[in-house]
Design a binder for this molecule. Structure first.
Ligand code: IDP
Ligand code: MG
Length: 156
């Protein structure tokens, strides 16, 4: 099972879209194993987006991400990283396909509602930035045996 780091960005929180976005992930079958409403500091934003430092949009991105609270989630599932990225849609709201979160809820390119880790390495690094030890929980869902086919001994 993979765990991915999702951030509902300030625009999603301010626009009252948290419940609908989390609902999509729950409907899909991903498990919420961590959740935190928080204000991102300059330092944390810089660490999180270190690979974008120096790009033309970097200063605006850090300003946006630190401007108002975000909701940080840890989501778990088989292939959770790629599944969540697919559900988010393309980076720019103006280009994201209908049916995706960015495609259905926004039109802006920079205010694009959501962040999701893009690789297992990024997920490990980002989960470590946003969650302390013990804040991502391991618990069995009552519905697990209907979300995955476990007849072969592993989730299919
Ligand atoms: P991603 O969030 O889809 O992985 P990245 O390329 O990693 O996209 O960019 C990180 C974030 O930086 C985007 O989600 C978006 O908020 C912002 N961003 C990326 N490219 C641009 C741009 O060209 N203009 C404005 N903001 C951008
Ligand atoms: Mg990215």
């Amino acid at each position: 099972m993979e765990t991915t780091l999702i951030i509902l960005k300030p625009d999603a929180v301010q626009r009252g879209l948290m419940g609908r976005i989390i609902g999509r992930f729950e409907d899909k079958g991903l498990q919420v194993v961590g959740c935190k409403l928080m204000q991102i500091s300059q330092e944390l934003a810089a660490q999180h987006y270190k690979d974008h430092a120096g790009k033309p949009f970097y200063a605006g991105l850090v300003k946006f991400m630190t401007s108002s609270p975000v909701l940080v989630l840890a989501l778990r599932g088989n292939g959770a990283i790629a599944i969540a990225r697919g559900m988010m849609g393309a980076t720019f709201g103006s280009k994201a396909a209908a049916g995706t979160i960015r495609g259905d809820f926004g039109v802006s390119n920079s205010f694009n509602l959501i962040h999701g880790s893009d690789s297992p390495e990024a997920a490990t690094r980002e989960l470590g930035l946003f969650f302390k030890s013990g804040e991502v929980l391991d618990f069995k869902r009552a519905s697990e045996c209907w979300i995955y086919d476990m007849s072969g001994g592993k989730p299919e």
